[in-house]
Structures are given as C-alpha cells and as structure tokens.
Design a protein. Structure first.
Length: 156
C-alpha cells in the first residue's frame, strides 16, 4: 500500500534508512496533477531509492490557497499520486508546512521545485539538522494548478 498514515511513514522511513536506502521527501498540494508535477516527481525520485510525498490535507490547502481549493479531495489527490511509478509512499498531513513531518521522517534529501529558494523553505533547517540536504528541482515553466484553473475559468 502506497498511501500510509503519518505513524507508519516514520517507521517506514526508519526501516529504509536501516537498510541503507536513500530517502527523498517532497511535499505539496498536488491539487490538479499536470505534466510539471509528473516531471518534478520523477526527477525527485531519481535522487534516491525511495520517494515519500507529503500531501497537504484539504484543510491545509484551503488555508494556503483559499476557500475554493482544493479542487480535488485529499483522498483523490493521494490516489492519483500513489498511481505514479515515481512515488513510493504518500502521507497526508494537516499542518501548513511540512516541518513536523520532515522532523519525523528525517529524509536524506528534501526535494522542492526550483521556484523556491532554500532560505525560503521553513523545512530546510530541520533537514540539515538531521544531516540531510536540500535539492531544488528545476521547474517546468508555465505549469501550475493555479494556471490550469485560470484557463478553465476563462481568466487566462
């Protein structure tokens, strides 16, 4: 099963590390999955032996993106992510940032899109405190859920 609980993912990550595997972690809303997401997740997975995706819950997406989001429920978003070959595990989290989840998983590599900076990531201090490193994966220009929503609504 690729969709796991928060309790289970901490144990899974610990077991992967004990087996000498490199764990990669990323997180996001992944509201409307598009080619940019797929390319990003494949690139993140290529950085290690196992890719864990932290998925913002419906409530945290509403807080981050506004009352009309998410378009797709957390269960549907998790199922779509889990269907991707690049994704090994999906865990839903309620927090606005993934700081607590990163602290529990202690990934070897924390991957985020190239539209971020390491300094702007609240998780970066936790990753480095556990001996991990942050990798910014180049973004695919023009690809975003927000842009897709604007296009569908006629705003773009």
């Amino acid at each position: 099963m690729k969709i796991v609980t928060r309790t289970d993912i901490a144990i899974i990550a610990k077991n992967l590390k004990a087996a000498g595997k490199t764990t990669v972690f990323t997180n996001g809303c992944f509201d409307i999955l598009h080619a940019g997401h797929v390319r990003y997740l494949a690139a993140a997975r290529a950085l290690g032996d196992s890719l864990i995706v932290g998925l913002n819950s419906d409530q945290s997406v509403r807080t981050l993106k506004g009352p009309t989001r998410p378009v797709n429920s957390q269960d549907d978003r998790a199922e779509v992510l889990a269907a991707l070959a690049a994704v090994d595990y999906v865990v839903i989290f309620e927090d606005i940032t993934a700081e607590n989840l990163v602290d529990e998983i202690k990934p070897d590599i924390y991957a985020k899109g190239g539209d971020y900076t390491i300094e702007a990531l609240p998780e970066s201090k936790i990753v480095t405190a556990h001996g991990g490193r942050i990798v910014l994966v180049p973004e695919v220009p023009g690809r975003s859920s927000s842009n897709i929503i604007k296009k569908i609504s006629g705003e773009a």
